[in-house]
Design a protein around this ligand. Structure first.
Ligand code: NAP
Length: 286
């Protein structure tokens, strides 16, 4: 029986997950099909219940369902519970549904494998305080950063995120994204991470960088989790400043790799998934 697996979201737009997951399934010649399942909120419970049927690995979950889906599952792993969001559902052998969040793994694995960066003891400035920022902030605190400054357009949201983090000894503070204090923090940062949608193709601000010119110092690693385009305005600005850069595609691939391993019990072919994601992005931008 062909195994089913797919992604719930609404609208789904051009999700890259079908391309990178199908490439991984095909690499092992598994009889399995990964599909896009655009699902409006009022159909989500019914669609999730369908995962209990035989012949299903589970699903990925994206915007706007990552929180709502939690109440439809039988159990949640610790990280999903801590972040309050699920991006991967696994159908277990008895039909029970388990919820995971593989974004934390995707964030840390991309930092370590692609940039050789260990967050322990580092000073980090994070831009943004939405869903992706939350996973990144939990990951950084888990990785024992020395300090984490969160800057956001809506400062109250950055403050709320800091209040939710068990800071693990890290110094934390919230800033407005356009504050002068932020420039000092950036000047002393080992890592600057953009988790806003500024610079994303198709967003209201595709040509903008979240930072002013001069804010980035050469010794810093600048990580933009926006993956489309591959070189965002922030990354171009960082390259010009002589800083090291990391784009968002590896995070997408590593969170997908962790989901693949949970569904199949097999080691994810990361290089194959990365190449498939790059091809899918090139096709989208053609
Ligand atoms: P979200 O929950 O909607 O959060 C959006 C964030 O961007 C908020 O902090 C928001 O600030 C800020 N923002 C949006 N427009 C802004 C503007 N014009 N000026 C200043 N700040 C602005 O979105 P999300 O799910 O966290 O996703 C954020 C980005 O990360 C997206 O581009 C997404 O594609 C990317 N992402 C990448 C991966 C990956 O695997 N690489 C995974 C997840 C997400 P306010 O709070 O003030 O509104």
């Amino acid at each position: 029986m062909t195994q089913r697996v797919g992604i719930f979201g609404y609208p789904l737009g051009h999700s890259m997950s079908p391309a990178l997951q199908q490439a991984a399934l095909d690499e092992y010649a598994l009889d399995a099909l990964y599909e896009a399942w655009p699902t409006p909120p009022d159909r989500l419970a019914e669609a999730v219940a369908g995962l209990r049927e035989p012949g299903c690995y589970g699903a990925n979950v994206t915007v706007p369902h990552k929180e709502a889906v939690m109440g439809m599952l039988d159990r949640l792993d610790q990280q999903a519970e801590a972040i309050g969001a699920v991006n991967t559902i696994v159908t277990e052998s008895d039909g029970k549904l388990a919820g995971y969040n593989t974004d934390i793994y995707g964030f840390l694995a991309s930092l370590s494998s692609e940039a050789g960066f260990d967050p322990a003891g580092k000073r980090v400035v994070m831009l943004g305080a939405g869903g992706a920022a939350k996973a990144a902030a939990f990951a950084l605190v888990e990785g024992n950063v020395a300090s984490l400054d969160i800057a956001n357009r809506t400062v109250a949201r950055a403050e709320a995120l800091i209040a939710e983090l068990r800071s693990n000894g890290a110094e934390t503070s919230a800033f407005a994204i356009d504050s002068t204090g932020l420039a000092d923090r950036c000047a002393n940062a080992d890592l600057i991470v953009n988790c806003t949608s500024i610079g994303m193709r198709g967003s209201p601000s595709p040509d903008a960088s979240p930072l002013l010119d001069g804010a980035i110092q050469p010794g810093c690693l600048v990580y933009d989790i926006v993956y489309n385009p591959e070189v965002t305005p922030l990354l171009a600005q960082a390259e010009e400043a002589g800083a090291r850069t990391l784009g968002g595609l590896p995070m997408l691939v590593y969170q997908g790799a962790a989901a693949f391993e949970k569904w199949t019990g097999m080691s994810a072919p990361v290089e194959v998934m990365m190449a498939a994601a790059r091809r899918a992005m090139e096709e989208q931008t053609r």
